[in-house]
Design a protein around this ligand. Structure first.
Ligand code: FES
Length: 274
């Protein structure tokens, strides 16, 4: 499945979860707002603002009530005056400002959380495209890989697979210690990650060894332990030959040989780099 489809599905899922999560809150807010009586401004006739339309209406009504109460006939002087009629408020249509803002905040928060989750998953998702670390990598014809190793002075670096390719000579490995990880190929794939604390181990041209700059571990051309705090030789990946092409399975890391392996038995070709 394409990572893009996975991301889109994840985002849609997160938004659906956010909507489901906030639904009771939104419903209760909507119910509260519906049950809430319309806001009224407390107006006393004495304090009413005569410039305001409603104030003027109320003051006129109050004055009329006082006049009616003062009449000697046709009513009781101390009786209650008929309540002034208030102008009817227009019922607002559609969502009010408060519920609109709350809904907007909830949906915005859900959207941001969904986008953040999708971005995090996208960042952490392993890139399993062809030729990348974590997948089976086709390096092409074995003759081309061998030529690249010779051109590189003894190793061919494939950065996106985080590996080195080196020549493997079965005659130098009579016990077949590495035969099962090289298949029938004349090459071996070595993981670039130092087995001490994980630094990337570069190649040293002068010694023709792999030498870690972090704490000084050194490994020979076959990635076997030679010196330093590393607990073993470099890890490696299995190699197979298919129709003459070299395939390296970088999803399978094979633990490197013990410190004492030393199968290659080659001293450093020159001064060490670290
Ligand atoms: S990480 Fe390589 S020697 Fe420590």
């Amino acid at each position: 499945m394409s990572p893009l489809i996975v991301l889109l599905a994840t985002t849609a899922g997160l938004l659906a979860v956010a909507a489901w999560w906030f639904r009771p809150i939104l419903e209760s807010v909507a119910a509260d707002l519906q049950a809430m009586p319309p806001r009224r401004r407390a107006v006393t006739p004495g304090l009413a603002d005569p410039d305001c339309g409603i104030g003027a209406t109320l003051m006129a009504a109050a004055a009329q009530g006082t006049a009616t109460a003062a009449k000697p006939a046709g009513g009781t002087a101390g009786g209650s005056a008929p309540a002034p009629k208030r102008p009817k408020r227009k019922k607002p249509t559609g969502p009010d400002r408060r519920s609109f803002l709350r809904t907007g905040i909830f949906l915005g928060t859900g959207g941001v959380l969904g986008a953040f989750g999708a971005a995090s998953i996208g960042f952490l998702w392993p890139r399993l495209g062809a030729g990348a670390f974590g997948a089976a990598i086709d390096l092409g014809p074995e003759a081309d890989v061998l030529a690249s190793i010779d051109d590189g002075g003894g190793r061919f670096e494939f950065p996106s697979g985080r590996l080195y390719m080196v020549r493997y000579d079965a005659a130098k490995d009579p016990d077949g210690q590495y035969a099962d990880i090289t298949g029938d190929a004349s090459v071996m794939a070595i993981y670039q990650k130092c087995v001490h604390l994980g630094c990337r181990v570069p190649w040293c041209d002068s010694s023709r060894w792999f030498e870690c700059p972090c704490h000084g571990s050194r490994y020979n051309r076959w990635g076997e332990y030679e010196f330093g705090p590393a607990p073993r030789g470099l890890d490696r990946f299995p190699v197979t030959l298919e129709n003459g092409n070299v395939f390296v399975d970088t999803a399978t890391v094979i633990t490197g040989p013990a410190r004492t392996a030393g199968v290659l038995g080659e001293p450093a070709a020159g001064p060490n780099c670290n």
